[in-house]
Design a protein around this ligand. Structure first.
Ligand code: 8YV
Length: 324
């Protein structure tokens, strides 16, 4: 008999067939309180789950007593209580490599569009406001040769450093838990403390996972240390920034602009003050959202679940210590 699996994100046909070859699959619309009670039986039988979004914590695990592996279609796993998974011996698999370059592209798009006011001026053109030669009220600020600060130097930070340093001649500063030799050797990235990063960056790009330590790491006090000409970019997780403090900093000119792909609450509520600000580029969490990369993530997630449930894990495991 094939192991039972609950799939809570739709997959391309070929990947869905591959999953069906290995498992007895119940597909549901998402991991919500409603689907949890509606498909209680499927969760009771499930040895694996695959999808993205939704909370997987001790309370969820009680409803899935046979669970052995969870496979998320994402690199981030802040919606999983890893301690609870470890306590139950459940393996957590994720997709840390396939999306790196695409997310770095998104970050560079936010840098460029925030600095050059691309979204705002394109909108003005569509409104018929381009009536003569443009003046300073259409101007932005330069990107090339400015200092790019990276908070969190992982795979994505490194790919961003490559773009910024080699493509835009930007000196790179970074703060992370430890020195990154490759970033220093290839892109002349300079390690510094958080205060220096805040004070010296023209573009401060956050590329951190959300953890207890990174929650609201950038708040009022940190924003006050930034240059008034600085641009803040976040394409990691929204709650790393205290959003209320950011709104105030953007309103009172503490910083120049922000490019945001992630928010404290997603989807961003339609009444968020951020949506009314000309100096904010707000994207709907598109970091990895290209056809190629989303396919690659789904493929990795399927392969990860097959590996985990057959006891053949070689990579992409968050908690390999639970594998006996
Ligand atoms: C995905 C992400 O957008 O991988 C992550 O952690 O935030 C994104 O790439 C998202 O989780 C949907 O699958």
């Amino acid at each position: 008999m094939k192991p039972s699996v609950v799939l809570y994100k739709s997959l391309p046909d070929d990947l869905r067939s591959k999953l069906d070859e290995h498992f007895d699959v119940t597909e549901i619309a998402g991991l919500t309180p409603e689907t949890l009670s509606q498909y209680a039986d499927a969760f009771r039988q499930a040895e694996g789950i695959l999808g993205s979004g939704g909370k997987v914590d001790a309370e969820f695990l009680e409803k899935a007593p046979k669970l052995r592996a969870a496979s998320t279609v994402s690199v981030g796993y802040d919606n999983f209580d890893v301690d609870a998974l470890n306590a139950r011996g459940v393996v957590l698999m994720h997709t840390p490599t396939v999306l790196t370059e695409t997310v770095a592209d998104t970050m560079m798009a936010l840098v460029l569009s925030s600095a050059r006011r691309v979204v705002e001026v394109a909108e003005r053109v569509k409104q018929g406001e381009w009536q003569g030669s443009i003046g300073p009220d259409w101007f932005g600020i330069d990107v090339h040769h400015k200092k790019l600060g990276i908070l969190g130097m992982g795979r994505i930070g490194l790919a961003l450093a490559q773009r910024a340093h080699l493509g835009f001649s930007m000196p790179i500063l970074y703060n992370a838990r430890k020195h990154h030799e490759e970033a220093e050797a290839r892109f002349a990235a300079q390690y510094c403390d958080l205060d220096t990063l805040l004070k010296e960056s023209d573009f401060l790009c956050i590329s951190l996972p959300l953890t207890e330590q990174t929650h609201h790491m950038i708040g009022r006090e940190q924003l006050a240390k930034m240059k008034s000409s600085a641009v803040l970019i976040n394409a990691g997780r929204g709650p790393v920034i205290d959003e209320q403090a950011l709104i105030e900093a953007l309103n009172d000119g503490t910083i120049f602009a922000a490019g945001l792909d992630v928010f404290e609450k997603e989807p961003l509520p339609v009444d968020s003050p951020l949506l009314k600000m000309a100096n904010v580029v707000a994207l709907p969490h598109i970091g990895s959202a290209t056809h190629e990369t989303r396919y690659g993530m789904a493929k990795d997630a399927v392969d990860n679940l097959i590996a985990a449930l057959s006891g053949n894990i070689e990579k992409n495991c968050v908690n390999p210590q639970v594998v006996k």
